[in-house]
Design a protein around this ligand. Structure first.
Ligand code: FES
Length: 119
């Protein structure tokens, strides 16, 4: 298997807490998100019907709770697809409504003030 190729695609100043940046690497559109200080990189393609998922809203989601209760949490960790609203956990890539579906994630490293992504 070939070694992953690292690409410098942003600076840390461009991705403050809660920040987002869309970049193109080797012809792929990739979204970078700062999720509580950790930068994650995901392919800008929704596994449902291929929408540009990285343009969706980032917020929280409803948490398991007792009947009649409404519990909101995980603010800043959940990406909602702009087409049909399916929610994805940015920290794992997992789809919240279908465990078999995931966002394609890429390794990220921060070196000095540079953000690098490996393809
Ligand atoms: S294309 Fe993303 S939820 Fe349908």
């Amino acid at each position: 298997m070939p070694e992953p190729q690292w690409h410098t695609v942003a600076t840390t100043a461009e991705l403050p807490a809660g920040g987002r940046k869309l970049v193109s690497i080797e012809g792929k559109s990739i979204g970078l998100f700062n999720v509580h200080g950790e930068i994650v990189a995901v392919l800008d393609v929704c596994p449902h019907e291929l929408a540009p998922v990285c343009r969706g809203r980032v917020s929280g989601t409803t948490l398991p709770s007792a009947p009649g209760e409404y519990c909101w949490g995980r603010e800043g960790e959940i990406l909602a697809c702009p087409w049909h609203g399916w929610e994805f956990d940015l920290t794992t890539g997992r789809c919240l409504v279908d465990e078999k579906l995931r966002l394609r994630r890429y390794p990220v490293e921060v070196v000095g003030d540079e953000v690098r992504v490996a393809l």
